[in-house]
Design a protein around this ligand. Structure first.
Ligand SMILES: Cc1cc2nc3c(=O)[nH]c(=O)nc-3n(C[C@H](O)[C@H](O)[C@H](O)COP(=O)(O)OP(=O)(O)OC[C@H]3O[C@@H](n4cnc5c(N)ncnc54)[C@H](O)[C@@H]3O)c2cc1C
Length: 439
């Protein structure tokens, strides 16, 4: 059991280049933790999980003071630097345990509905689009992975339609893709704008502090979060700081930190737009793990996401970013040769979490201490609903959906490095070998 003090060994260091964030107007100056701040609840991390926990706690405990403390700025971290797919259902060929997959799928759907309602209710300007998504395969050799997606949807009872090569060309303007599985319902968003909007519309009894990394979590004389210029004293603390929980000494060996990378182009001009299909936007998810997530955004930009990297170091050196930008340029040229030289507004990295068993990190981890983390498939929507449900769990509000989440297996222990590094790199290598032309 935890007692004493734990210092953060590493702090978020995602680096610049998050074009979603950087193309938004600059935010107002951050409110920084200064002096001593008192709170009933302190939530560490203002991503999809942390914002949802803070919001729901504030709704359920209107007389309590909730503090949400973020190391950087809202929208700058992973929840604001993803590909923007808010998935209500997800399928992949590796789904072995259908009972667990079906439970997870309910959480994805509930998370999407939750976010959709918040965005509508607060009129959050984040280019929310119900276009859906197409899972794609570019090679005949990866057709079996796409078949796995289709079979998974069948077993989950999610409707889908096949798209052939001509159909893919009509939608995307390229014959790069041979097959697609189209499913409707999921949303596409500008993730940094969505996160900023969610944080800006938190209830009045939530105080958001940014640029305030928690350097230390101490229990002497109550729970204390030490920040560079002040201290938060709280009755209860919720860790929603994703893969950085282990850097504060919690939840070690439960989550694999895996980096992936994206580039966003400048808006295409009219001549360039004529090359990218007829629907004005699209969102493509690769059936093979080596493949690329690709979007045409509503404002006419191409998003290209690919390249996986074991990310225990949790930062991205310039030579890696240069290699990634080269990968993205190559991927765009392979699909649309006429767009090979379109400038990038930014290239960035971020870290996803994966468990060994598609398990959960959710609930009490010590006296007055709670944790929620989103990992594996559909993490944005799963994280939003998990955060909401954690607040309800803390406040003793039971529901069928909370029962579903609690019935999922806990994230299983994983081996330490260098074994884990070896195993992860082997999996990345396998994906590259089975789908060499997918990227
Ligand atoms: C390129 C890319 C594309 C992706 N695409 C998708 C997608 O399309 N759909 C999808 O569902 N998911 C996607 N993901 C994954 C998804 O973005 C993450 O799984 C999700 O954002 C995790 O949410 P979170 O709230 O758990 O963590 P985060 O968003 O990482 O939030 C945790 C916050 O905690 C803060 N923090 C950490 N340590 C401290 C500390 N000591 N003190 C204070 N604050 C701290 C961090 O700064 C961070 O803002 C993608 C990820 C990447 C990198």
């Amino acid at each position: 059991m935890f007692s004493g003090s734990r210092k953060a060994r590493k702090l978020p260091n995602d680096g610049p280049g998050n074009a979603w964030y950087e193309t938004l107007p600059p935010p107002p100056p951050a409110r920084v933790v200064n002096g001593t701040v008192r709170a009933d609840f302190a939530v560490i991390g203002a991503g999809t999980c942390g914002c949802a926990v803070a919001r729901r706690l504030a709704e359920l405990r209107p007389d309590d003071r909730i503090v949400l403390v973020e190391a950087t700025r809202v929208g700058y971290g992973t929840s604001g630097r993803n590909a923007g797919f808010m998935l209500d259902h997800h399928s992949h060929g590796g789904m072995k345990h259908m009972e667990a997959a079906a439970k997870n799928d309910r959480l994805f759907a509930a998370g999407t509905a939750y976010l959709r309602n918040l965005v509508a209710e607060h009129q959050i300007q984040c280019d929310w689009s119900d276009w859906g998504r197409i899972y794609v395969a570019a090679e005949d050799t990866t057709q079996s992975a796409l078949q796995g997606v289709a079979d998974g949807f069948d077993r989950l009872g999610v409707p889908w339609q096949p798209v052939d090569r001509d159909g893919m060309e009509e939608i995307t303007g390229t014959r790069f893709y041979r097959h697609g599985v189209r499913a409707e319902g999921s949303a596409l968003v500008q993730p940094a704008a969505m996160m900023r909007g969610l944080a800006a519309t938190l209830p009045m009894n939530v105080t958001l502090f940014e640029d305030s990394p928690v350097l230390e979590l101490a229990t002497r004389g109550g729970l204390r979060l030490v920040c560079p210029e002040g201290v938060i004293e709280a009755d209860q603390v919720i860790l929603a700081n994703h893969v950085f929980a282990e850097e504060l000494g919690f939840l070690k060996h439960r989550i694999v930190p895996l980096a992936t990378f994206a580039s966003l182009t400048r808006p295409l001009n009219e001549v360039e737009k004529a090359q990218v299909g007829s629907e004005g936007e699209f969102g493509l998810l690769p059936a093979n793990a080596n493949g690329s997530t690709v979007r045409l955004t509503r404002d006419g930009r191409i998003l290209m996401r690919n390249t996986l990297h074991y990310a225990r170091a949790k930062h991205f050196p310039p030579e890696l970013m240069a290699e990634v930008a080269g990968n993205h340029r190559h991927s765009i040229a392979g699909r649309w040769p006429g767009l090979a030289d379109v400038e990038f507004a930014g290239t960035w990295g971020g870290i996803l979490g994966f468990t060994r068993n598609e398990g959960t990190v959710f609930g009490a981890i010590g006296p007055g201490l709670w944790a929620v983390m989103t990992a594996d498939a559909a993490p944005m929507t799963k994280g939003a609903i998990s955060g909401k449900l954690l607040a309800e769990h803390i406040c003793g509000l039971d529901s069928e959906l909370l029962g579903v989440l609690l019935s999922l297996p806990k994230a299983a222990l994983m081996p330490p490095d260098p074994i884990l590094r070896f195993l992860v790199n082997r999996e990345i290598g396998k994906a590259a070998a089975t789908g060499p032309g997918e990227r």
